[in-house]
Design a protein around this ligand. Structure first.
Ligand SMILES: [Fe+2]
Ligand SMILES: [Fe+2]
Length: 298
């Protein structure tokens, strides 16, 4: 296996309907205001952001033949489902008393700037965003304690979305390889490395601003919220720290998303999804059973 492309599991389109009647608590993630605000801020951005990913990849679908064309169709189906279910979840955030208008407006402004770019540039941005969502999703799936004391319906929504993000993590990348097949390896490497740095800076900035906005509505001042945000994002065992290795892997010449072999992780979490919802319990003594991951060199 040279580039990892023969290493990916099939892409499923597993239907999930988020139960709108499920009453999630205000701080649904184990009473943690900071981490809840991160996921809520992310969820508010999803319907607009994922619609952009679909818009970016659709023009390439008819230019590609074979398995990748089928995978693009499955990618579109999965992202469409994610838009719909996070739209439902976002209604719950708003019903909980949060005003999300400014968060949506910020996402719209970012996407409006991208809309004026060429088809290939939009695909490049989407490919980088997909790398960020895939490595964040894998980190979420690896952390068995993250949602262990959360509302089970909400936890299932995030687990389902994270599994599908990892399943389709290479679709935009492979489409981008097709779109840039006449480029030199050096041009490809420089372009995607620069784009990832730019997209990551925007992602981190907008997540922090989104969290600050939501926390301000709960009475947090900037001086209270900002140090807590930074500490939560980058403390030992945090999602921020656990994505660093995968983020850096993208900068390797010859990188392919499936050089990070998440097949066992996906299979393990799909099995969890196939079981009925379990009541929230104390998992402090529960041993970690998440499969170990395998990295293959380029
Ligand atoms: Fe998604
Ligand atoms: Fe995605």
């Amino acid at each position: 296996m040279k580039d990892g492309t023969d290493n990916h599991p099939p892409i499923h389109a597993q239907r999930l309907r988020y139960d709108l009647k499920a009453k999630s608590t205000k701080y649904w993630l184990d009473g943690d205001a900071i981490t809840t605000s991160f996921f809520n801020s992310l969820s508010v951005a999803f319907p607009l952001g994922e619609a952009f990913f679909i818009h970016s990849i659709r023009p390439w679908q008819t230019r590609i033949k074979g398995q990748l064309r089928t995978d693009i169709a499955k990618f579109i189906r999965q992202e469409t489902d994610h838009c719909r279910e996070h739209g439902a979840f976002n209604c719950g955030i708003e019903a909980g008393g949060y005003d999300t208008v400014r968060l949506k407006q910020r996402t719209k402004q970012v996407l409006a700037r991208m809309q004026n770019e060429s088809e290939l540039t939009k695909l490049t941005y989407s490919m980088c965003c997909e790398h960020l969502t895939a490595i964040l999703s894998a980190a979420i799936l690896r952390d068995e304690r993250l949602f262990a004391r959360s509302d089970a319906t909400v936890a299932r929504l995030w687990l389902w979305h994270s599994v599908e993000e990892v399943e389709h993590k290479a679709v935009c990348f492979d489409t981008w390889l097709f779109a840039t097949q006449h480029w030199s390896p050096a041009r490809r490497w420089l372009t995607r490395s620069f784009a990832l740095a730019m997209i990551t800076a925007g992602f981190v900035k907008n997540r922090f601003l989104g969290q600050l906005d939501l926390l301000r509505q709960d009475g947090w001042t900037f001086r209270q919220a900002f140090p807590a945000l930074v500490k939560t994002a980058f403390r030992k065992g945090s999602l921020g720290r656990s994505v660093v290795k995968d983020w850096l892997a993208f900068l390797r010449p010859g990188f392919h998303p499936w050089q990070i072999d998440d097949r066992a992780l996906v299979a393990h979490c799909q099995a969890m999804l196939s079981r009925p919802l379990e009541p929230v319990g104390d998992v402090s003594e529960k041993p970690a059973t998440t499969p170990k991951r395998v990295f293959s060199a380029a």
